[in-house]
Design a binder for this molecule. Structure first.
Ligand code: ZN
Length: 251
């Protein structure tokens, strides 16, 4: 065992193979950029996993030794094998944290966990986004003022088809007037889930310090606080408590 928080940074990694613009924006890959700032944070050890790795980089050993999984994907959600999605789903229920980023909203794993389509509106003209903190004091917004601005983004707008979140920690406004629930939390089984909107393969959003701070905060927030939950249904015999009760309470 290690005292470090073990994070697996999953990336489908397809844009990096096909787009010069994406390679310019993230020469180390989006996973490399995310691993970079996570590994610079105290107490966090982040390793990449890619769609094209064996078992998508999510072998049983990797999943068993992951405290928090981050998920970036966009064009290849359908290439993620269902059996791997099932294993990730199980690990979340057992207590593994999951941070889903940007276009990961359409991933099989998020739709499986939330049970909705996760549809939203979008527009890509590089407009400005203001993210407003709606839960001051929440661990995920530690170190963030009452808002921060990302100068150039792809817009995501409501309606975002998700269940009512446990907590909404950011709401975004865009130049076109749309709004969006940009930071939302859910709990499924023993696992904590955070969806965070910022990202995009051709914009240097993951270089921005506030975005990095929120993801670091979210990883710490989502870390399991107990050993993995085991789903064993052990039933007791009827009146199983009577023996002890009789010894200790009756005169
Ligand atoms: Zn995008």
């Amino acid at each position: 065992m290690t005292d470090m928080l073990r994070v697996t940074v999953w990336n489908e990694g397809r844009h990096e193979k096909t787009s010069e613009k994406v390679r310019e924006t993230y020469p180390e890959g989006i996973h490399g950029a995310i691993c970079g700032f996570l590994n610079a944070a105290e107490g966090i050890e982040a390793k990449p996993a890619l769609l094209d790795d064996p078992d998508h980089g999510l072998t049983d050993d990797v999943l068993a030794s992951t405290d928090v999984l981050t998920w970036w994907a966009h064009v290849a959600h359908g290439d993620v094998r269902d059996e791997i999605v099932e294993k990730v789903h199980r690990r979340v229920l057992e207590g593994m944290g999951l941070i889903v980023l940007h276009s990961g909203h359409f991933s099989k794993i998020l739709k499986r966990l939330l049970g909705t389509t996760c549809q939203l509106k979008w527009r890509e003209i590089g407009e400005k986004e203001v993210l407003w903190v709606t839960r001051p004091g929440h661990p995920i917004v530690a170190g963030i003022d009452d808002h921060f601005i990302i100068p150039h983004v792809e817009m995501y707008g409501e309606h975002f088809d998700i269940p009512e979140p446990d907590e909404t920690v950011f709401i975004s406004g865009f130049e076109g007037g749309e709004v969006f629930r940009s930071g939302v939390t859910f709990r499924r089984g023993a696992g904590k889930i955070f969806y965070f909107r910022p990202g995009h393969e051709t914009l240097p959003v993951y270089r921005q310090k506030e975005v990095q701070q929120v993801i670091v905060n979210a990883v710490r927030w989502a870390a399991p606080v107990a050993p993995a939950m085991r789903f064993e249904c052990k039933s007791h015999e009827a009146r199983w408590f009577d023996a002890d009760w009789g010894k200790t309470i009756r005169p």
